[in-house]
Write a protein that binds this ligand. Sequence first.
Ligand SMILES: [Zn+2]
Length: 212
Amino acid sequence: MSVISARDALDLLQKGNRRFTSEISSRDGFSSRLRRIETASGQRPFAAILGCSDSRVPVEIVFDQGLGDLFVIRVAGNIVAPSQIGIVEFAAEQYGTRLVVVLGHTQCGAIGATLEQLQRPKENQSHNLHSIVDLIRPSVEGLLATNLRHDLTALAREAVRANIRASVRNLRRGSAIIQQLIQQAELMVVGAEYSLETGAVDFFDGLPKKGS
Ligand SMILES: [Zn+2]
């Protein structure tokens, strides 16, 4: 199986998401017995996705992909911790995956909890939950110093995007291996937002300029 370039991978995801929003999913073929047998002996996922654990954003469904297509990491708030960096390194090195997408979404509960904690800190929050909030906090707390603090809906919307951009940045700088792959144009890391309302994915961060 040949390596799929980052641009082709992006194209496959965008087309898949359009199939999902137009309700013409091809998932029957993607999860067929034949596909299962084909992929049992090896995988070549064409993209790695760091998404949120939210039950409304199942990655394979929103991109209309099947067995063997996507290497998926899901964690509340699509945050980047060392284990996520290691998984991305693994996908790139082991399977030749060229595209990494940080996929956040509108109305993310982890972002909401972080904003809540910043505005009205709770003393007795669980230590483990706190570790998620701590990773999201640096990317969103600056927004509370802007006029957005008077408009909670706009604040939440901007915070989701700021957190996606931060995760993209953290992944890119996360390890020498990833930095080297990016420099050699063997890996592309982009940020995207899924809309719970429309089902559409907007790739808004880190896309190559058209024609370059
Ligand atoms: Zn979420």
